[in-house]
Ligand binder design. Sequence first.
Ligand code: SF4
Ligand code: SF4
Length: 150
Amino acid sequence: MTNKQAYKTTFIAQAPAKNKTKLKIEMTPETKCSFCPGAICCNYFTEQVDTPRSKQDFDHLLWQLAHKNTQLYKDDEGWFLLVNNKCTHLHDDGRCGIYETRPQVCRDYSNDYCELDQRAEEGFDLFFEDYNALLKYCRKRYKKWDQRYK
Ligand code: SF4
Ligand code: SF4
């Protein structure tokens, strides 16, 4: 689906219970984020890492994935840690608590064909959801993985 198609979609937003009137709100670039459940892009951050090439590199990544809510993926831009912790400034209703002074990276992020349109996972070449998933990959990639310290 293209962005333009997505923006043309009209959603029905339920008005507050005391007001029984249903409001029709068109999804536009300005209103799009208000349709996003939980503000998807404010619930994690990613950090690019060097392409792992050695057992030591993968061993280090394993240590990082041993930490809660940390995952790893590779896409056509490289390898990234994915830390699934929501921003402390995100309000329960999906609004940013520091909107006027939010960091530049938040300002640069465009909602033009974002994760509300397509989940990021769909573009991953490799994805390791946790320590055990990466360990399995390491054992397959390096036949003597478990003997690496001997
Ligand atoms: S930019 Fe996209 S993913 Fe982020 S809150 Fe807006 S609609 Fe949701
Ligand atoms: S600072 Fe605001 S826009 Fe940026 S991630 Fe946090 S809640 Fe989202």
